[in-house]
Ligand binder design. Structure first.
Ligand code: EPU
Length: 292
């Protein structure tokens, strides 16, 4: 029996990952799965666990850089409707791990539920957002999350409640393989005022960050008490280029991939920025972007 036996209807081999990421760079996944149901996901994870096949969860690909040589093992994409449901129950928003964060935010706002509107404009899925505790200066998803249903790498499903969920700047205590759904208790507010606050936040974001380019959000985490973008800018690195990878002129913590860019160009530019900021500013930058 091969790893794929019986799973052929939702697993492909040698799937190019570039088209699944915001950078649109990098090589293929050895295996790529888009299960349609939780049962299929349980079977898939169980099989990979037994066969010792490494698994990775792909959200919307907005915070990862895939190396040019691609990734070994199984990449799992929760794109099927079974994983993308968003509903309101009382004052809580319940969202599937595969749902788009932007849709979750606007659903809450339109129903007059406040809390998540500060997250408008953050790309990616709800699962990806919770995994890295995505947020802005005004708030993060973790502070609004009470419960999460997760699947461990052995296929077991667990409920993680608030006392087990610890969030910090761009990190969460959830180390389970899959985030199946999250529950966020929110606060009632005037839908009209909420929508206005959301729009304002969106305008500020659009003005300060590059949009409509091939990039993947902030590359580095902000060091405690300072801003990676400001440090890179002060080091004089805006516009620095390696191959097709360029440090954004608009916000220095973004790297733009121009046509012909390779993942290797981005990796080399990351190393350059890091070493120049270390030498010129005396600060060691830590990656926010995940490298696959
Ligand atoms: N700045 C510069 N030059 C630059 C960029 C920024 O001098 O090229 C200065 C700004 O003028 C400002 C300070 O740095 O005084 C902070 O900049 P900004 O308000 O843009 O916030 P940031 O700390 O760079 C963080 C998050 C963003 C989030 C914004 C807005 C991180 C690494 N970044 O950026 O999140 O959108 O706040 O809330 O935490 C992400 O995580 O991917 C991301 C984009």
């Amino acid at each position: 029996m091969s790893v794929l036996t019986g799973l052929e209807s939702f697993v492909r081999q040698s799937e190019p990952l570039a088209m699944h990421t915001w950078f649109q760079l990098g090589g293929p996944a050895e295996y790529f799965a888009e299960p349609e149901t939780v049962e299929q996901l349980v079977t898939l994870v169980g099989r990979c666990h037994e066969e010792g096949v490494a698994m990775r969860m792909l959200g919307q690909g907005s915070n990862i850089l895939v190396r040019d040589e691609g990734v070994p093992g199984m990449v799992i994409h929760l794109s099927a409707p079974a994983f993308c449901n968003i509903r309101i129950q009382g004052r809580s928003l319940i969202a599937g791990g595969g749902a788009l964060l932007g849709r979750a935010v606007t659903t809450a706002v339109h129903r007059g539920l406040a809390g998540l509107e500060t997250l408008i404009g953050i790309p990616g899925t709800v699962g990806g957002a919770l995994h890295g505790n995505a947020g802005t200066r005004s708030g993060n998803i973790g502070q609004w999350t009470l419960e999460a249903t997760v699947m461990a790498a052995n296929g077991e499903i667990y409920q993680r409640s608030s006392d087990e969920l610890v969030f910090d700047y761009r990190q969460s205590s959830i180390d389970d393989l899959v985030i199946l759904d999250v529950s966020c208790p929110l606060e009632e507010d005037n839908p009209h005022e909420l929508a206005q606050r959301m729009q304002k936040q969106w305008i500020v974001k659009k003005a300060s960050q590059p949009m409509g380019h091939q990039s993947a959000g902030c590359v580095f985490k902000n060091p405690r008490g300072s801003s990676a973008g400001e440090l890179i800018d002060d080091a004089g690195l805006k516009g620095t280029r390696i191959g097709g990878a360029v440090v954004s002129d608009r916000h220095a913590n973004f790297i733009i991939a121009e046509p012909e860019c390779t993942a290797q160009d981005v990796l080399r530019l990351i190393d350059l920025v890091r070493s120049q900021v270390r030498d010129r500013m005396g600060t060691e930058l830590e990656l926010e972007l995940e490298i696959w």
